[in-house]
Design a binder for this molecule. Structure first.
Ligand code: SF4
Length: 58
């Protein structure tokens, strides 16, 4: 499953977008958006990198 972003916790830091090897995530209007969910390889790098615990890979 692609990641799910908790918008209440997301600060738009962009770390998840930077570490994602598949360019699944973009920052739009200050929040992480899962723009290419079908490209997710479920590596969990985004989840591990988020300083706010705002992104989870189910
Ligand atoms: S789990 Fe990996 S491939 Fe999927 S969105 Fe997160 S960093 Fe990208």
């Amino acid at each position: 499953m692609p990641p799910v972003v908790d918008l209440k916790k997301c600060t738009g830091a962009g770390v998840c977008a930077d570490v994602c090897p598949a360019n699944v995530i973009e920052i739009q209007n200050g929040k992480a958006v899962v723009v290419r969910p079908d490209d997710c390889i479920e590596c969990r790098a985004c989840e591990a990198s988020c300083p706010n615990g705002a992104i989870k890979v189910p």
